[in-house]
Design a protein around this ligand. Structure first.
Ligand code: AMP
Length: 422
């Protein structure tokens, strides 16, 4: 492999060492919090039919227009590496007839996602998200619970300077009239808009709120706001979500310009940002998607969910990163002849120790005995077993005390000593 080939593709990275430990800690926290709230783990495939994302996320969104990794497989099907998790979860809900279960059905995932984006700090082409989706109820308590769970998770993971923005996009019917009004506003000042926003007035006018282009920002300052035009029902839903968040003491800011980049959202939308992150300040967000399951061919099923980026959580905080646990036993091989009997006995001891629940490793790099004992120290081993052609010596790595014994009693003796130590 040439030097150039020995490099991960741009926007991707290897996970190892301390970072791998920190990620495992995040997963353990997420699992504890979400499972305690009734969420079940789900894993969907890495790739799906392209149409799933095109139809749900929306043809006019950045994700579908320019960020998907799409390829054709051997039989000519168009497939796409998943850019997000909600559509696959809804697809699975329909495919497995989960509407027949008691509702709501609550599912969580921690998986990697793929978007062809401009790679920079906090923005990658393969990234990980932890996500939670609750399907089958439009109770505002589910919205508040969902938001509260993400708030708690981010808080427990040490994300700093968090801010929660909250809004409602209303129901699609009510949004129709508003879109027309917004389009008229954008068209009346078309010349001031960025090229990108101008090109999307018809297909996705709401996205103009996300633009950082100075001319567009000025036009949007005077734009009509959807939040002021919600139907009585949508408003009542939103008010209840707010009241429940107040009751749970989750602080938030109402932001009528929050639109989020995916087409399937209805009613509640929210986003957590952290000023500790710099330009890519979004840590996690989500919202309601009451039409999505039906759009994918399932029965009318409301839903709400969120996803938070693991890399952003790592950047925004100091998740607990426990050191890898030290070893109980390092098995050294002291072979004098060629016949390899010590090696066989050492290997048997390794497995007996592991079967007894001990953390054990054996020398497998051909070091001399002194090097093996050094390695046992580096690995933090509490004991070393030195196995030679005839006997086994158990060495206490802290005080250097050694005692010879028959190999059949080593594990028993080790367990006894570890018990007295703890
Ligand atoms: P979205 O589905 O775009 O709302 O993303 C949800 C969360 O995933 C964001 O708040 C980020 O934390 C994270 N995220 C989205 N895109 C990326 C990316 N390209 N690289 C890293 N994290 C991302």
């Amino acid at each position: 492999m040439s030097e150039a080939q020995a490099k991960a593709p741009r926007g991707t990275f290897d996970v190892l060492g301390q970072e791998a430990q920190a990620r495992m800690a995040i997963e353990a926290r997420a699992r504890a919090i979400l499972e305690a709230a009734g969420y079940e783990r789900i894993e969907t495939p890495c790739f799906e039919a392209t149409e799933l994302f095109a139809r749900s996320v929306g043809e006019a969104t950045d994700i579908v227009k320019k960020e998907m990794y799409t390829f054709t497989d051997g039989s000519g099907r168009s497939l796409t590496l998943r850019p997000e998790g909600t559509a696959p979860v809804c697809r699975a809900y329909v495919e497995h007839g989960m509407h027949k279960r008691p509702q709501p059905v609550k599912l969580w995932y921690l998986s990697s996602f793929f978007r062809y984006e401009r790679a920079q700090k906090g923005r990658y082409r393969q990234f990980w998200q932890v996500g939670a989706e609750a399907l089958g109820s439009d109770d505002p308590a589910l919205d508040a619970e969902s938001i509260q769970l993400l708030h708690r998770l981010l808080g427990e993971l040490g994300a700093r300077d968090l801010k929660l923005r909250l809004s409602s996009l209303g129901s699609p019917e009510a949004r129709g009239a508003y879109r027309e009004e917004l389009k008229a506003h954008l068209k009346s000042r078309e010349g001031e808009l960025s090229e990108d926003v101008r090109g999307r007035i018809e297909a996705n006018p709401l996205r103009a709120f996300d633009s950082e282009h100075p001319g567009t920002v000025a036009v949007m300052k005077d734009a009509p706001l959807l939040l002021g035009q919600l139907t009585a029902e949508d408003l009542a839903h939103f008010d209840q979500v707010r009241a429940l968040l107040d009751a749970a003491e989750v602080p938030y800011e109402i932001d009528p310009t929050l639109v989020r980049g995916l087409d399937y959202y209805t009613r509640t939308v929210f986003e957590f940002t952290s000023t500790a992150l710099g330009a890519q300040s979004g840590v996690g967000g989500g919202g309601r998607y009451d039409g999505l399951v039906q759009q994918l061919g399932g029965p009318r099923t409301p839903g709400i969910g969120w996803a938070a980026g693991i890399e952003r959580i790592l950047l925004a905080g100091s998740p607990p990163a426990p050191a890898p646990p030290a070893l109980d036993l390092y098995v050294c091989v002291h072979e004098e002849g060629e016949e390899g009997d010590a090696r066989r006995r050492a290997f048997a001891l390794l497995w007996q120790a592991r079967a007894a629940g001990l953390r054990a490793e054996m020398e497998m790099a051909g070091r001399a005995l002194s090097g093996q004992l050094k390695q046992a120290n580096r690995r933090g081993a509490r004991f070393a077993a030195i196995v030679d052609g005839t006997a086994t010596t158990l060495r206490d790595m802290q005080d250097g005390g050694q005692s010879e014994m028959g190999s059949e009693v080593v594990v028993h003796e080790l367990l006894r000593r570890l018990r007295t130590l703890s």
